[in-house]
Write a protein that binds this ligand. Structure first.
Ligand code: COA
Length: 255
């Protein structure tokens, strides 16, 4: 377990709280493992009717911990980040996300795999993979163009343009935008509604909604992962990570 992932089950809802504010909730391997285990535990627990994923006030997550990433790049299907991705993808109970502040990289792409997403008016989403010399992950190369069309997807995935909570609603990533203080209570109320619904029917309905795309999503995640892993070792990515650590803009002029 990671001290930076807090879990609790209250009134039928299993909450997974990302709690590493000093590093803007950047996700380490230990945190991915803890989240994968928390999701699996919530799936197993009969009393859990829905899951709630949240961050800290003003920060959902800044995505992969870049330092952890450079030191321990994900190796294959069994690496913590893939275990987390699979656990969320395979979760047969409803998952609600409550997002305040920045949701970057996998902070945005994980939302594509939640059933309900509530964002704050201060939310700032971004998928800056290309700017880091990487490629989109978690099937975002498939799902983002499908959700918002090729034109808007190019802004988000090729240019890495950040976007607001209101735009996330407009383009189908989020359900609703709310004042920051109301996001978590609202998300919890939505999750708690599943206490009054028949869990078997909810499970079957969710499975039916996901079945037509499941195989394709798995294939895309594998294809993205292969390129992502290769790109992590590229000279372009070395420049991107050095620039991050040196707190400067990367210089891709020499490539
Ligand atoms: N990985 C590792 N460390 C990170 C991080 C990440 N993804 N995001 C933030 N941090 C660290 C910073 O290095 C800094 O550490 P320090 O205090 O030891 O110097 C600390 O968290 C605070 O971050 P800072 O950038 O000073 O906060 P900010 O409020 O100015 O900006 C963000 C917040 C989220 C906009 C900014 O941190 C950011 O863009 N992070 C990188 C996000 C990213 O590219 N993620 C994609 C990964 S694939």
């Amino acid at each position: 377990m990671s001290q930076h992932i807090k879990t609790a089950v209250v009134n039928g809802v299993a909450t997974i709280e990302i709690a590493r504010p000093e590093k803007k909730n950047a996700l380490t391997q230990a945190m991915y493992t803890a989240m994968a285990e928390a999701i699996a535990g919530a799936v197993e627990a009969r009393e859990v009717r829905a899951l709630l994923i949240t961050g800290q006030p003003g920060i959902f997550t800044s995505g992969n911990d870049i330092e952890d990433f450079v030191q321990r790049p994900p190796q294959g299907d069994d690496s913590p980040v893939y275990r987390f991705m699979r656990a969320l993808l395979e979760c047969d109970k409803p998952v609600v996300a409550a997002v305040t502040g920045a949701a970057i990289g996998i902070g945005t792409t994980m939302l594509l795999h939640c059933d309900f997403v509530y964002v704050a008016d201060d939310a700032r989403l971004a998928m800056p993979f290309v700017g880091l010399a990487l490629v989109p992950e978690y099937a975002s190369s498939l799902l983002v163009p499908r959700l918002m069309g090729q034109r808007k997807a190019a802004e988000k995935l090729l240019l890495g343009d950040p976007f607001t909570g209101a735009e996330a609603v407009d383009c189908g990533i989020a359900n609703a935008v709310l004042p920051a203080a109301e996001v978590l209570p609202h998300a919890r109320r939505v999750a708690e509604r599943f206490n009054a619904l028949p869990p078997g029917a909810v499970r079957d309905a969710k499975a039916l909604m996901h079945a037509p795309h499941r195989e394709q999503i798995l294939q895309v995640i594998a294809a993205e992962g292969e390129i992502f892993t290769r790109r992590l070792r590229s000279p372009e990515a070395m420049e991107a990570f050095q620039a991050f650590f040196q707190k400067r803009a990367p210089d891709y002029g020499k490539f």
